[in-house]
Ligand binder design. Structure first.
Ligand code: SF4
Length: 390
């Protein structure tokens, strides 16, 4: 199954007339963080709206920004990009390329086209033209980039890409969380860096098709509101580490085509279907639940319930899972600890038995021990010392 046939199969999985949900860089970064999860890979690859699916399964996700936050974020981005992106380009010049000439009369090419493929081609052309006409600044506002994810194209839309006078390219991320005294919430900066790293990888695919290939900068510009105002400020963020990790994880994703081939005939993830049918379709694809899913995937509550019901040790965390080796369920672990199953030469089994022995000894000692002096020696009040309730 290749190209058109795969696209057709993915559309069937999504459901008749259900539009594909575009994969954004945030979703891709989260997907790359759990490369062993075939369930997420096929749902994202097919463009399934996982939030709607989770709702239809009866385990709605706790994801999504409030309307207020979205409106605030959009207003801030519009402010940053006003006047042909003058303020944004000033920040890029100041934080990333102060030796270059100031960004006056920057070009802002039109990038509209039909469909994501058309917009991707238009962006690639604009990047090629801007790089060839080196010497000036160019701002690409909401360009469209494509990245191969597990054998299927994912379309990504960074907030902006800037072409420098030396022909190098920079990714710009605009966020609405504040930068206080020059620093922002590290967790939010980390998430923004992971998203930007995905854009850097996608830009590198475009650059690789040009001769000579332009340099894609690994320091991106993060633009945020300054303190508690609506004024933009910016910081350069080095995403080399995030880029390397994401690239490695994306390469490990099972090919979407292989997962689609293994699905039962007629499987469909349309949120319009009855819950039992949807549950069967979702359960037909292997998942790899870990508590980290709660912060990264809309299906987390559903997968957590299933994982707990199956007694899977993954619900206790990846580190616990790794320590337990071949023991994959809580039942297996308890049986091994009791000495009923398991090879005693297995280090996990040996450690469990040692721990069970120590626990039994401690309980025995506690049961036979004298109570610590004073702890249980509260004198019982003499009869009649407590007045009767009336
Ligand atoms: S919540 Fe479920 S589908 Fe999502 S990544 Fe975790 S295991 Fe996979």
């Amino acid at each position: 199954m290749r190209g058109t046939a795969l696209r057709q199969r993915l559309a069937e999985l999504r459901g008749p007339d259900v539009p594909a949900k575009a994969l954004d860089a945030r979703a891709l970064a989260a997907l790359a963080a759990n490369p062993g999860c075939k369930r997420r890979a096929i749902l994202d690859g097919a463009g399934v709206d996982k939030a709607a699916l989770a709702g239809a399964l009866g385990s709605p996700s706790a994801f999504g920004q409030s309307q207020f936050a979205l409106t605030r974020g959009n207003a801030f981005e519009a402010k940053v990009k006003a006047d042909g992106g003058a303020e944004l380009l000033r920040l890029v010049h100041e934080r990333l390329d102060p030796a270059a000439r100031p960004p006056v009369d920057a070009a802002v090419p039109e990038l509209s086209a039909i469909g994501p493929e058309g917009r991707t081609a238009r962006t690639a052309l604009a990047l090629r033209e801007a790089t060839a006409a080196a010497g000036g600044w160019t701002l690409l506002d909401h360009p469209m980039l494509a990245l191969d994810v597990a054998g299927s194209a994912a379309f990504l839309e960074p907030d902006a890409v800037v072409v420098h006078p030396d022909g190098s390219w920079t990714v710009v991320e605009i966020k609405s969380f504040p930068m206080l005294d020059g620093s922002a919430d590290p967790a939010k900066v980390g998430a923004a860096a992971r998203q930007a790293a995905v854009y850097v990888l996608a830009l590198e695919e475009v650059a690789a098709r040009l001769d000579p290939a332009p340099r894609v900068r690994h320091r991106v510009l993060l633009v945020c509101p300054k303190d508690f105002s609506n004024l933009p400020t910016a910081s350069a963020v080095d995403v080399r580490k995030q880029r390397a990790v994401t690239s490695r994880q994306l390469a490990r994703l099972t090919r979407i085509q292989d997962i689609a081939d293994a699905l039962p005939e007629g499987a469909c993830f349309s949120p319009e279907l009855p819950a039992e049918q949807l549950t069967a379709a979702v359960e037909s694809v292997a998942a790899s639940y870990a508590p980290e899913c709660l912060a990264a995937c809309e299906l987390a509550f559903h997968c957590r319930d299933r994982s707990r019901a199956a007694g899977a040790v993954t619900s206790l965390g990846r580190s616990v899972r790794a320590e337990l080796g071949a023991l994959t369920t809580v039942e297996d672990v308890l049986a091994a600890a009791r000495g009923e199953t398991g090879d005693p030469r297995d280090p996990a089994v040996a450690a469990l038995r040692r721990a069970a022995g120590l626990r039994a000894e401690a309980l025995e000692a506690a049961a036979g021990a004298e109570p610590p002096a004073g702890l249980w020696s509260v004198p019982t009040p003499a009869a009649g010392a407590v007045p009767a309730c009336r």
